[in-house]
Design a protein around this ligand. Structure first.
Ligand SMILES: Cc1ncc(COP(=O)(O)O)c(C=O)c1O
Length: 391
């Protein structure tokens, strides 16, 4: 019998390669709730690192709803949704979300434990071997992973380029075709041309899968990117997450009821996993109320975005074009991005560096993420720290 040493050595070599390429990642441990200031390693840092765009992750009403949900329903759901874990709060959340996002008339919603699982569910239930998934080159990894799980052919098109997509669709026929796109790109903050993608889906009789992880709660009066563009269709399968602007955890798919029933019956990442705790569904319901009434938070967020973009004009780095809370400061090399992040941290400001393979080679960046929980002085402090690093 051989020992495990050769196998361990093989893993060590690939870890060493990752480090040598300047791509090793590590976790930071927060000793406080999410918010504009977090404690890390005994220091308080001004943070621009979360997706808590509306400042709901530690909002009193949301925390109270979770606490009540725990008192009423315990901690664990105890089973998958189909085998006894589906509780009143899950059902109520699905109904309330369906009425709010409305991707088509009569839409239904299915709640998931995470956006990753939701995207795996959509693509693996709607596509199979021989089908084609057309994917924006900058899509989030889980849309691509969904296509892989479906064993579908993944055809990637140039970022946000509907003309290139039209050409790809003319080249590739299949029994079933899906266009899959982030609505707000997670590392760039820009928007997909959803109305044009919907036209192409209609022309080619395809599904349009919209991942609105970063738009739900923020765009379209909180209803998300479809409302932002004023589009709706039975062809749209809409995925929103509850762990970003909603400040909780989990995700949901909103679509025609037959699509939803198909996911419920066939999607393995729905069927074979324990339901998320009902206390999270209660928290998400409370967050949904705040999103619905969240105009003041969104207005504030947009004011902060404008202030940052205006102030950043004099910096030597470029902010990529983005009207959303995701404001990428493109640095270029991985090491330079990490170094800038380190220097900011030395000045008490935390902005994570994002490197390949999460973003294309040569476009490493600081992903500045703003929240309605920030104030003007926070944005000014970030700009001052960046200006200081530029000297
Ligand atoms: C665009 C996008 N889609 C999906 C996800 C996955 O969602 P979740 O974190 O709920 O798994 C993320 C981020 O995590 C994301 O940025």
């Amino acid at each position: 019998m051989t020992g495990t040493a050769p196998r361990i050595a093989q893993l060590e070599r690939s870890l060493a390669r990752r480090s040598a390429d300047g791509l090793a990642r590590s976790r930071r441990t927060l000793a406080t709730p999410q918010g504009p200031r977090v404690a890390i390693d005994g220091r308080t840092l001004l943070a621009f690192a979360s997706n808590d765009y509306l400042g709901l992750a530690n909002e009193e009403a949301v925390v109270a709803a979770a606490r009540e949900g725990m008192q009423d329903f315990g901690v664990g759901a105890g089973a998958s949704h189909l085998l006894g874990g589906h509780m009143v709060p899950h059902e109520a959340l699905e109904r309330e979300l369906a009425a709010f996002v409305a991707p088509c008339i009569g839409a239904r919603v299915l709640a998931f434990s995470s956006g990753y699982l939701a995207n795996l569910a959509i693509l693996s239930a709607l596509a199979g071997r021989g089908d084609v998934v057309f994917a924006d080159r900058l899509n989030h990894a889980c849309l691509n992973d969904g296509a892989l799980l479906a064993r579908a052919r993944l055809v990637r098109y140039a970022h946000a380029d509907a003309d290139v997509l039209a050409a790809r669709m003319a080249e590739h026929s299949a029994a079933r075709r899906i266009i899959a796109t982030d609505a707000v790109f997670s590392m760039d903050g820009d928007l997909a041309p959803l109305p044009r993608l919907l036209e192409l889906a209609q022309r080619h009789d395809a599904w349009l899968v919209v991942d609105d992880a970063h738009g739900f709660g923020v765009l379209g009066d909180g209803r998300g990117s479809l409302a932002h563009f004023g589009i709706a269709s039975e062809r749209i399968v809409y995925m929103g997450t509850l762990g970003k602007a909603a400040g909780v955890a989990g995700a949901f798919v909103a679509a025609h009821p037959v699509v939803i029933e198909t996911l419920l019956q066939f999607a393995r990442s729905y069927v074979y996993t324990t339901a998320a705790p009902a206390l999270l569904a209660q928290a998400a319901r409370a967050a949904l109320v705040l999103i619905r009434d969240g105009r003041a938070r969104r207005d504030r967020l947009h004011r902060l975005i404008a202030r940052l973009r205006d102030g950043a004009k004099s910096l030597p780095w470029r902010l990529a074009p983005s009207v959303t809370a995701i404001q990428p400061l493109v640095v270029g090399g991985s090491e330079a991005a990490v170094e800038l992040s380190r220097r900011l941290e030395a000045r008490g400001v935390w902005v994570p560096a994002i490197r390949p393979p999460t973003v294309p080679a040569g476009s490493a960046r600081l992903r500045i993420s703003l929240s309605a929980a920030h104030d003007e002085a926070d944005v000014d402090a970030l700009l001052a720290a960046l200006a200081d690093c530029a000297r």
